[in-house]
Write a protein that binds this ligand. Structure first.
Ligand code: CO8
Length: 258
C-alpha cells in the first residue's frame, strides 16, 4: 500500500512505522491516523512480524493533533465523526507489542499516542506535554487517564493544567518512559528491544502484553486469576516445550512463534 503521511518498513521480524509530516512536526491529522491504522492492520496480520516500533523525526515524535484541521470543527463535527475514537482506538487494540521511539516533541495527541504504545524509549531530546489547555480544549485521547496512571496524579495535574513540558530525564524518573538514550541512538535502541521481543514466542509475548494490560482494568484478585489461566494455557504451546528443552540442552531456543 502507498502511504502519504507515514513510512512503513520491515526490519527482520520488526515492523517500523515512521510518522512523516515533517513540515507540521508530524501533527496527527485523520489521514495519518487512518494510515497508521492500516499499517498496524497489516503488521498484525503478518506472522513474520513479532513487534512494532513507531517513531517520528529528530525534532518531533508528534506535536499533537493537527490544530489547523481542528480549528474549523465545532461540537457537531467532532461528535458526529466520533473524533478520536473512530480511528485512534486501533493503536490501543493492537495485540502485538508496540514501542514508541520518541525524540523531540511528544505533545498533546503525540504524547497520548506514545502512551498508547506498550513501551516508550526516549531520546535525551524528548519533551512530553499535554498543552491542550492553551488551546481552550483538554486532552482527548487518554491524556487525563493514561498520564496519571503512568506518572501519578500530581505530575499529571501539573502537566495538563500548566501546559509545561517534561524532559526525558523527568519522564524517566516519573515512570513514563522505560529508557533514555542519546538522540542518535534512540531508534537503534528501540529496534534492538523490538528484535529481542520478536525473537521470543509470539503467542507468549501477546499473552504477556494482555496480562499486564489487565492490571489496569481489574482488581488484583481478578488480574491474578487471569494471569494464572493464561499461564496454564502457555503449557499447551510447542514454544513452551522448545523453550524448556533448549534450556536443559544448553542451546538457544528456536521458537516457532505458534
Ligand atoms: N498542528 C498543526 N501544525 C502544527 C502543530 C500542530 N499540533 N504543531 C506544529 N505545527 C506546525 C506549525 O504551525 C509550523 O507550521 P508553519 O511552518 O507552516 O508555520 C510548523 O509545524 C513548525 O512549528 P513551529 O514553527 O511552531 O516550531 P517551533 O519549534 O517554534 O515550536 C512547538 C514547536 C513548541 C511544538 C510548537 O509548534 C507548538 O506549540 N505546537 C503545538 C503543540 C500543541 O499544542 N499540541 C497539542 C495539540 S491539541 C491535541 O493534540 C489534542 C489531542 C486530542 C486527541 C487527539 C486527537 C487527534
Amino acid at each position: 500500500m502507498e502511504y502519504q503521511t507515514i513510512l512503513v518498513e520491515q526490519r527482520e521480524r520488526v515492523g517500523l512505522i515512521t510518522l512523516n509530516r515533517p513540515k507540521a512536526l508530524n501533527a496527527l491529522n485523520d489521514a495519518l491516523i487512518d494510515e497508521l491504522g492500516a499499517a498496524l492492520d497489516s503488521f498484525e496480520a503478518d506472522d513474520g512480524i513479532g513487534a512494532i516500533v513507531i517513531t517520528g523525526s529528530e525534532k518531533a515524535f508528534a506535536a499533537g493533533a493537527d490544530i489547523s484541521a481542528m480549528a474549523g470543527w465545532d461540537y457537531v463535527d467532532v461528535y458526529k465523526s466520533d473524533f478520536i475514537t473512530r480511528n485512534w482506538e486501533r493503536v490501543r487494540r493492537a495485540r502485538k507489542p508496540i514501542i514508541a521511539a520518541v525524540a523531540g516533541f511528544a505533545l498533546g495527541g503525540g504524547c497520548e499516542l506514545a502512551m498508547m504504545c506498550d513501551i516508550i524509549i526516549a531520546a535525551d531530546t524528548a519533551k512530553f506535554g499535554q498543552p491542550e489547555v492553551k488551546l481552550g480544549i483538554l486532552p482527548g485521547a487518554g491524556g487525563t487517564q493514561r498520564l496519571p496512571r503512568a506518572v501519578g496524579k500530581a505530575k499529571a495535574m501539573d502537566l495538563c493544567l500548566t501546559a509545561r513540558f517534561m524532559d526525558a530525564t523527568e519522564a524517566e524518573k516519573a515512570g513514563l518512559v522505560s529508557r533514555v538514550v542519546p538522540a542518535e541512538r534512540v531508534l537503534e535502541e528501540a529496534l534492538g528491544a523490538a528484535q529481542a521481543i520478536a525473537s521470543y514466542s509470539l503467542p507468549i509475548v501477546m499473552m504477556i502484553k494482555e496480562s499486564i494490560n489487565r492490571a489496569y482494568e481489574s482488581p488484583l484478585s481478578e488480574g491474578l486469576l487471569f494471569e494464572r489461566r493464561v499461564f496454564h494455557a502457555a503449557f499447551s504451546l510447542a514454544d513452551k516445550r522448545e523453550g524448556m528443552a533448549a534450556f536443559l540442552e544448553k542451546r538457544a531456543a528456536k521458537f516457532s512463534h505458534r
